[in-house]
Design a protein around this ligand. Structure first.
Ligand SMILES: NC(=O)c1ccc[n+]([C@@H]2O[C@H](COP(=O)([O-])OP(=O)(O)OC[C@H]3O[C@@H](n4cnc5c(N)ncnc54)[C@H](OP(=O)(O)O)[C@@H]3O)[C@@H](O)[C@H]2O)c1
Length: 342
């Protein structure tokens, strides 16, 4: 048991707090001044927040559409009339998920740990020839106790952050072609874990100090910072970018954890946290609410923008966000077309 696991519960329970850590844990959060406060909250569902909205004519892309929050996000966006491009790691997973929801959907393969697959996915999406109104980077991975690498980097960072970094960059022309494009990054309050999570620019392989909890928290901070810097780079354009914490929800996210940890997490999530329809609400809210068209660069939870009052935390660390962008560009240069770089 390492120090971090000890802090969060320890021993056999170490994996359960992995997502328990995603909860608010008594942090004091506030609404950033000047932003609209919504009537929706933790109990709202994705259907609640889109009631009365007609999304016909709009195109949404949801990564990780075959499971949990991503599936519900796709289902509700399609129900409201959007054409949803749903990605799955295999053709079968994407096809099956897309076929099972009511509305217009297109399955596309996306394996985020393989940057060539990300390029193929972006080309398949481009070939549809439609502007993208909503790009919801939902797919996420929590590793097990054995560390894995891709491209010499920590696999969780590659999947959760770099794969999405390439995808969003390659699809920017289509987002810019939409009347009002929105990028939505599904992050997590895990980015606020203790000790303070920061991007470990000189240790992106976690070669000597691997801990799946830290690796996940690190990748989720990267999601939030990517969104922040994207928003800064897109300021003055018709495309917004926001990140969010969906809540703590019993999904398949614990699949790589020990059985006991999965079981405990399930009980915890059932008793104290959100259902999947509630878990998808903030993603769908940020992607669709008409009065958020010019709101960009914020972190949302429970269908509202938030700031965390206890410093220090890095959710709004602009310098770290800019440095992460530069590092990510350097690491993925081969897979980004020159003309698509911001
Ligand atoms: N559940 C929570 O309590 C919670 C809390 C905070 C944040 N989140 C975030 O919410 C998002 C959705 O998670 P979830 O809870 O709905 O989990 P989930 O049910 O496990 O869904 C995750 C999705 O991501 C896909 N995915 C995983 N690795 C991938 C890869 N290498 N390439 C492409 N797609 C991949 C999965 O595909 P396969 O099914 O094929 O593996 C699945 O479709 C994640 O970003 C997660 O970090 C969840």
């Amino acid at each position: 048991m390492n120090r971090r696991q000890l802090m969060l519960g320890g021993g056999a329970l170490a994996s359960a707090p992995l997502l328990g850590a995603c909860g608010n844990r008594g942090r004091v959060i506030d609404t950033p001044p000047g932003l609209p406060v919504s009537r929706f909250g933790p109990n709202s569902t994705a259907e609640d927040v889109t009631e009365g909205l007609d999304l016909s004519g709009q195109v949404a892309l949801v990564t990780g559409c075959n499971s949990g929050i991503g599936y519900e996000t796709m289902r509700v966006l399609a129900l409201r009339g959007a054409h949803v491009i749903g990605t799955g790691r295999t053709e079968e997973k994407a096809r099956k998920a897309c076929a099972s929801v009511q509305g217009e959907t297109t399955p596309v393969v996306l394996e985020l740990s393989d940057f060539d697959s990300v390029v193929r996915c972006s080309k398949a999406v481009q070939s549809l020839g439609r502007p993208i109104d909503m790009l919801i980077c939902n797919a996420g991975y929590v590793a097990g106790s054995e560390q894995q690498h891709a491209y010499g980097l920590d696999l969780t960072f590659v999947i959760n952050h770099l794969g999405h970094f390439i995808l969003v960059n390659r699809l920017l022309p289509q987002l810019l072609a939409a009347q009002q494009g929105r990028v939505v990054m599904v992050s997590s309050f895990a980015a606020l874990n203790e000790p303070i999570v920061e991007i470990e620019f000189d240790n992106l392989g976690f070669k000597n100090d691997y801990d799946p909890l830290h690796s996940y928290a690190h990748s989720k901070l990267a999601n939030a910072l990517f969104s922040l810097e994207l928003s800064r780079r897109l300021s003055g354009s018709n495309v917004s970018s926001n990140a969010l914490h969906p809540g703590v929800i019993k999904t398949n996210i614990t699949r790589n954890q020990a059985g006991i940890a999965q079981w405990l997490f399930g009980i915890y999530a059932d008793l104290f946290n959100k259902s999947i329809p509630q878990g998808a609400a903030t993603s769908v809210f940020v992607a669709t609410q008409p009065n958020l068209s010019s709101v960009s660069g914020y972190f949302f939870a429970d269908c509202n923008p938030i700031i965390v009052k206890q410093p220090p935390n890095n959710l709004y660390n602009y310098a770290m966000a800019q440095r992460l962008w530069e590092k990510s560009t350097q690491l993925t240069e081969r897979w980004l077309s020159a003309e698509l770089q911001l």
